[in-house]
Design a binder for this molecule. Sequence first.
Ligand code: SUG
Length: 445
Amino acid sequence: MTAVEINFDGLIGPTHNYAGLSEGNLASAKNRDTVARPRDAALEGIAKMRRLMAMGVPQGLLPPLERLPMAFLRTLGFSGDDRAVWEAVWKSEERLARNALAASAMWAANAATVSPGADTADGRIHLSTANLSTMLHRALEGEGTTRALARIFARDDTFAVHDPLPLQSTFSDEGAANHMRLCADHGSQGVEIFVYGRAGEETRTGFPARQTLEACRAIARRHGLDPARTVFARQSTAAIEAGAFHNDVVAVADCRTMFFHEQAFEDKAAMLAEITAKARGLFEPVFVEVPAADVPLADAITSYLFNSQLVTVPGGDRQVLIAPREAEENARSGAFIEKMLSGNGPIGRVDFVDVRESMKNGGGPACLRLRVAATAAERAMITSGFLLDDALASRIEDWVRAHYRETLAPGDLADPALLDETRVALDALTRVLPLGPDFYAFQRA
Ligand code: SUG
């Protein structure tokens, strides 16, 4: 069956800011308390979506979530009307407020893990919303993300949207950022690769490992994946300690090709052998390994070379890597790219995109998108209005220009006007995207 991959990008929300919330994410720590530019951030994201669309890669959208989430704060004992809750939390628990304000749902690679119908027992596309249980600000995303996915993938004869796994350390799950799929083409059976950083019961020192083996296994079971075509591989401690808080900071895959750093995995040889064995009879995997001698882990992580979108474009005979501009600017990554392009490997072109606002929080091009491989018939079942075209992109850009602040400095965040502004913005968005008048909690209140 022929299928294409659709990238659903997270639309960057109006409260985008730098709060230094993610331990182990070096960019988030480094840029803590710097001034954010929400309008530019959102427009950069849309410009990236336009680039992909222009290449013939279909593009979808996931909406931003409501911030601050009032129900969560009320559970913690804040009371009164929403404005009183907002003021009280900023006054008494600023760190909590900053967690609750994060626009981190923009990183759609962490929204869910997706298995295409070619791999699942019931032939449906399965999407498991991530619980993101390691970081407080991210653990607040699951409910809203499930709601969004249920709107977009509403047809349960075609899609199965699963709730997040139990919100507990044993099942820490960060979605597609720790999941890769290799295949002959997107419509054929593939080998799904789940990358975990620790076993559930394990306690580690150092930076957190955000994905557990138990979470990976549970998702594979729910999705009805065949164990004969599923691989569980451990991320290397060296990569986590160097700042690879998700596997997609050191590896990316598309069709037969896996592009990865030499030190990405704990037992690389065993993993590659298992992938090759499980792919036998289906396709021949192509491994593009980047030696640490060419690009040390530190450069891979500051440049985000691997946090690129590796795509197969219609009519193209070699794959294209959509890399962050920072990868070109980094001497080691830039030199590796030149060397790679002068060879005749599977990646024949590298395009650079500016997503600097997202990058300053540790989110490159690959973090901003959730991939859904779908046949034409499955694609037709996606709720209409969530797939982007030029006209919709222009409407969203107008919406951003009308509603987003140019800058958000740490001192601006507690401003109660921000609560009203974001609500007006999100309410308007529910008329640009077919989210309906009750998508956000404030609309239902
Ligand atoms: O979870 N940054 C995100 C970046 C996620 C990147 N996603 C992928 N690699 N797929 C994170 O660490 C920083 C927010 C702040 O500090 O304000 C943050 O959440």
